[in-house]
Write a protein that binds this ligand. Structure first.
Ligand SMILES: Cc1ncc(COP(=O)(O)O)c(C=O)c1O
Length: 480
């Protein structure tokens, strides 16, 4: 009897698949070589005690995959032209071949740190997260069900967004934020909007101004487009436009990225004086403004100041916003509202990058907006977050009695508080980790990674009781 050069693996798969797998592995490991003749189907079925059809099916599969070929319909052999360098046992390959890492040369490295899975901390102050427990899932689910009744949402759609949602955003922007006559493009969160605009509008080497304490993913998106970043300081009135003016005199600036309503991370609202000065400078020198209005609705002191995009005679403002803070971040629904000429180009870019946003959630959201449920939810969460800010202010006032060095201003709005701890906040954050408290120190938002004394304390993502417990735990490790 012929010695078989393959073994049939044990598994629950059908016999013909196991036979094919055995022969395939034997070829891959070099026991059966290119050109080797296989036993005939009759012989094999006799040796293995398999039905002949089983053997034929296995051979058919190997032929269709290109491992073996039939000769004059009776003889089967391993395809002669298989390139043989890697037809050897895996261990030999691992030992004798080096991975060719030199070939993996990035065209443009990305300067972001690796994504860190959130560890479980006993206390944390999620920086600018909505509280998912306040989201009316049951109500939203009924619109999700309605959205799925239409097969329209299952196909390819317009890259700029689902028609119903575009219409609702446009109405909402006009009515609530005083922004109109713009092209709206729905994006995968506002991060994608920032990325696409950077790719389209910033050339390698262009100077782009950012707030010196700023939002790292936006800064890195700009840098990835090739921007040379110019940090401009922020103070109690927002970005220091007097400093910006000096920079403009020295360099040809292409774009200014700003968070005017609630400066990220300090939460300061840009003063009227500086807003006018910022736009005036941009207009005079033909500089684009990338306005990131990420948590517009959460303004407590008064009506939120209208975006820069609400008065933009020069067509300079690229307005970017998100539903991450109102719905939930995993919806990945953001948008931009830009001058029509840019909108047209963005639509093409969106098409070759992510094609379009997923349509089911877009449709669901538009139905929810039409029903009025969206704005009712907004009203509820705005009130809840305002109370959470008040409670945070009260507990910090208590803590200050023992730690007079801490200080803060109550922001006009937003989802976080910028606390001056009066000590190095990076070391404080390190000590806090040991006590299972997660903090976001000033250093995380500084381009030059210098240490500072502030912390960004998110208050919206958890209840007042949770915030208070966290702050009490923090007060124990504050230095006297
Ligand atoms: C300042 C700022 N801009 C943009 C974003 C991006 O939000 P998303 O991509 O989830 O819409 C965030 C999210 O935290 C933010 O804080």
């Amino acid at each position: 009897m012929k010695k078989l050069l393959f073994r049939i693996p044990k598994s629950h798969a059908p016999k013909y698949q196991r036979l094919a797998e055995g022969i395939r592995t034997s070829i891959k490991e070099g026991y059966l070589r290119p050109g080797d003749i296989l036993p005939s189907t009759r012989e094999l079925s006799k040796i293995l005690k398999f039905d002949r059809h089983t053997v034929m099916n296995a051979f058919r599969e190997l032929i269709s995959e290109g491992w073996i070929e039939a000769q004059e319909k009776v003889r089967y052999r391993v395809v002669e032209t298989l390139p043989s360098t890697f037809l050897q046992p895996r261990e030999t390959i691992r030992r004798d071949f080096q991975p060719s890492s030199a070939l993996i040369e990035l065209a443009r490295p990305v300067a972001m740190g690796d994504y860190q899975e959130a560890k479980t901390f006993k206390h944390s102050f999620p920086s600018g997260f909505p509280d998912p427990r306040l989201f009316p899932l049951k109500e939203f689910k009924s619109y999700l069900y309605d959205a799925l009744k239409s097969s329209d949402v299952l196909g390819y759609g317009n890259p700029v967004g689902e028609r119903g949602l575009l219409e609702q955003i446009s109405i909402y922007l006009r009515r609530i934020r005083n922004v109109s006559d713009r092209t709206i493009v729905v994006t995968n969160g506002s991060q994608e909007a920032i990325f696409l605009l950077s790719q389209l509008l910033v050339k390698p080497g262009d100077y782009v101004v950012i707030e010196a304490l700023g939002y790292p993913p936006a800064i890195e998106a700009l840098r990835f487009a090739g921007a040379q970043i110019i940090p401009v300081p922020v103070d109690e009135e927002g970005i220091v436009t007097e400093y910006l003016e000096k920079q403009i005199k020295q360099k040809k600036i292409r774009m200014i990225y700003v968070t005017p309503l609630h400066q990220y991370p300090t939460t300061v609202t840009l003063s009227a004086r500086r807003r006018l000065h910022l736009y005036e400078l941009a207009y005079k020198h033909g500089i684009l403004i990338l306005e990131d209005d990420y948590d517009h609705e959460f303004h407590y002191k008064s009506q939120p100041v209208a975006p820069l995009a609400s008065f933009d005679p020069g067509g300079l403002v690229m307005y970017v916003s998100t539903f991450s803070k109102i719905l939930f971040p995993s919806a990945r629904l953001g948008f931009m509202a830009v001058p029509p000429a840019i909108g047209k180009e963005i639509a093409k870019l969106k098409r070759i990058s992510s094609r379009q946003n997923e349509q089911i959630l877009q449709k669901t959201l538009s139905l929810w907006m039409i029903s009025g449920g969206f704005e009712r939810h907004l009203g509820r969460v705005r009130r809840a977050y305002e109370l959470r800010l008040k409670a945070m202010d009260e507990i910090l006032t208590e803590i200050k009695m023992d730690h007079p060095k801490i200080s803060w201003n109550i922001p006009d709005g937003g989802m976080a508080l910028w606390l001056n701890t009066g000590e190095n906040s990076s070391s404080l954050a390190m000590r806090a980790r040991e006590k299972k408290i997660l903090l976001h120190p000033e250093k995380n938002f500084l381009l030059d990674c210098k240490d500072g004394t502030h912390l960004r304390l998110g208050f919206s993502g958890q209840t007042s009781a949770e915030n208070i417990a966290g702050l009490k735990a923090l007060s124990i490790i504050l230095r006297k």
